[in-house]
Design a protein around this ligand. Structure first.
Ligand code: ACO
Length: 427
C-alpha cells in the first residue's frame, strides 16, 4: 500500500502521495496542491523542498554518508581516478576499460582551446578574478563549437561535449591564472594525464618544466573526486534551474560557476584561509574568533552544512590527504595547526554541538591547495574543475528525463496591494 499524507486546509481534506526513494528518503508530493487548494508551499532557501528525483548522488546527512551512483565515497580512496569517476557520474556506471580509454583520448584531443579564444583572455584586466574568467570562457567555448549547442539525444555527441568541457575547463583555468600573473600561456601536453597536464599548464616556465609528483597527482585526483557531485546544492540547482529553460549545457554550467563563487558555497575555501591567516598573523586568537562567531558577529567559514548534521565524510578524507601531501612536500603549514585547534575548540563548544556544525569540505581543502602550490585566487576554480562532472551529469539527467517543465518557483507577495501611477510632471 503506497504511503500518503493527509492535509486539511479550511476544512477540506487532501490525500497527498508520498514519493519514496531507494535509500530511505521520502517526500510529500505537493505538485497538485495549488490546483486543489489555491495555496502554495512556502520554503525559503528550499530546506524542505525536493525539486527533482535523481539517480546520481545519495547523501544521508545524519549518518555522514555520501555515495556516487551507489558507491560509497570512501571506496574511491584507492588509486583515485577523477576521469573514471566523472564518467561514472555522467553515464551512470563505471566505464569498461575501452570506454575509459576512448573518453581519455577524447579529453586529450580536446585539451587545446581554439587559438581565437586566446585573444579573449587578453581582453581581461590582469587582476580579473579567475572565477569571472572561467564562467565567461565556458560560455565563449560554445561560440567556437556551435554544434555543441544542440546535443539533442545523440549519445556520442553528449560524450564529446562532456569530454570537451572537462578537458577545456582545465586549460581555461590554467590560462586564467597565467593571464592573472601576466605570464605566457603554456599549451597542453598530450602525453600528460589530467592533473599532470593541468599543473604543467599552470606552472611550467620556458626554463623549468613542471613535473607532477605521483603522490600529489593522487591527492589531486582524490580532491577532484571529493568535489565531483553533491546532489542538489546551490550551484547544481542553478545548473538545473538554467537547464530547465532548455538552455544549452555550456550556458547552464557557466551559471553553476557563478553560483559556486559565493562565499557560502565554493568560495568558502578562500574565506577559510583568510580566517586562519588572521589568527596566524596574531590579530585574533582562536578563542576570540569563536566568541565572535557565537556572538553572531561573523561565521566560522568551512563549518556547517545544510545537509550534513553529523560529519562531512569529504572533510575526513581530506584530513588524510593533507597528511600525505605534507609528508611529501615536507612542509608544515602553521595554518593546519590553527585549523585543528579551531576544530577541536568548536567541537567541544555547545554553540557548535547544539547546531550540529562540523567542518565541511572547504575547511581543509584550501590548506592542501596551499601545500601543492595552488594560489589562493585559484581555490574556487579548483572546486569548479572538480564539480564540473556533477553539473554535466545533473544537466544530462534533467535533459534525458521525459516531460521536464521549466523551473519556476512562486512567491508570497508582501508589497503594497494596490497603488496608483501618478506621472511625474517632466515639463
Ligand atoms: N558559523 C557560525 N554559525 C553557523 C555556521 C557557521 N559556519 N553555519 C551555520 N551556523 C548557525 C546559523 O547561524 C544558525 O544559527 P541559529 O540557529 O542561532 O540561527 C544555525 O547554525 C543553523 O544554520 P542554518 O542557518 O540552518 O544553516 P544553512 O543550512 O542555512 O547554511 C551553510 C549552511 C551556508 C553551509 C552555513 O553553514 C555557512 O554559512 N557555513 C559557512 C560557509 C561555508 O563553509 N560554506 C561551504 C559549505 S559546503 C559547500 O558549499 C561546498
Amino acid at each position: 500500500m503506497p504511503r500518503t499524507a493527509t492535509l486539511t486546509v479550511d476544512g477540506k481534506t487532501l490525500i497527498l502521495p508520498i514519493i519514496e526513494g531507494t535509500s530511505g528518503e521520502a517526500g510529500i508530493d505537493v505538485s497538485k496542491l495549488r490546483d486543489q487548494t489555491g495555496l502554495l508551499t512556502y520554503d525559503p532557501a528550499y530546506g524542505n523542498t525536493g525539486a527533482c528525483s535523481s539517480k546520481i548522488t545519495f547523501i544521508d546527512g545524519d549518518k555522514g554518508i555520501l555515495r556516487y551512483r551507489g558507491i560509497p565515497i570512501e571506496q574511491f580512496d584507492t588509486n583515485p581516478n577523477f576521469i573514471e569517476v566523472a564518467w561514472l557520474l555522467i553515464f551512470g556506471r563505471l566505464p569498461k576499460p575501452d570506454e575509459l580509454l576512448r573518453f581519455s583520448r577524447k579529453l586529450t584531443l580536446n585539451a587545446m582551446l581554439h587559438e581565437g579564444m586566446k585573444h579573449h583572455f587578453e581582453g581581461f584586466p590582469v587582476n580579473a578574478p579567475p572565477m569571472a574568467i572561467l564562467s565567461a570562457m565556458i560560455n565563449t567555448l560554445s561560440c567556437f563549437d556551435p554544434e555543441m549547442l544542440h546535443l539533442g539525444d545523440d549519445a556520442e555527441k553528449m560524450e564529446d561535449a562532456a569530454a570537451s568541457l572537462i578537458s577545456k575547463v582545465r586549460t581555461i583555468a590554467a590560462y586564467s591564472y597565467r593571464r592573472h600573473k601576466g605570464l605566457p600561456f603554456v599549451y597542453p601536453d598530450p602525453r600528460l594525464r589530467y592533473c599532470a597536464n593541468f599543473m604543467h599548464m599552470m606552472f611550467t616556465y620556458p626554463y623549468d618544466q613542471y613535473i607532477l609528483d605521483p603522490v600529489i597527482d593522487e591527492a589531486l585526483n582524490l580532491i577532484f573526486i571529493l568535489h565531483a557531485d553533491h546532489e542538489q546544492n546551490c550551484s547544481t540547482s542553478t545548473v538545473r534551474m538554467v537547464g530547465s529553460s532548455k538552455a544549452n549545457l555550456f550556458a547552464s554550467v557557466a551559471a553553476g560557476v557563478c553560483a559556486l563563487w559565493g562565499p557560502l558555497h565554493g568560495g568558502a575555501n578562500v574565506e577559510v584561509i583568510d580566517q586562519l591567516t588572521e589568527i596566524h598573523k596574531g590579530g585574533i586568537s582562536p578563542e576570540e574568533m569563536l566568541q565572535q562567531v557565537k556572538d553572531k558577529k561573523r561565521q566560522l567559514m568551512g563549518f556547517g552544512h545544510r545537509v550534513y548534521k553529523n560529519f562531512d565524510p569529504r572533510a575526513r578524507m581530506l584530513q588524510k590527504v593533507a597528511e600525505k601531501v605534507f609528508a611529501k612536500t615536507n612542509r608544515r603549514d602553521p595554518l593546519l595547526d590553527i585549523a585543528r585547534k579551531l576544530e577541536e575548540l568548536a567541537l567541544k563548544d555547545s554553540y557548535f554541538v547544539d547546531r550540529k556544525l562540523y567542518p565541511n569540505v572547504d575547511f581543509y581543502s584550501g590548506i592542501i591547495f596551499r601545500a601543492i602550490g595552488i594560489p589562493l585566487e585559484m581555490f574556487t576554480v579548483m572546486f569548479s574543475i572538480g564539480r564540473l562532472p556533477g553539473w554535466i551529469a545533473q544537466w544530462k539527467e534533467q535533459h534525458d528525463a521525459p516531460g521536464g517543465r521549466i523551473a519556476r518557483p512562486r512567491q508570497i507577495y508582501t508589497g503594497t496591494p494596490l497603488a496608483e501611477y501618478i506621472p511625474i510632471d517632466r515639463r
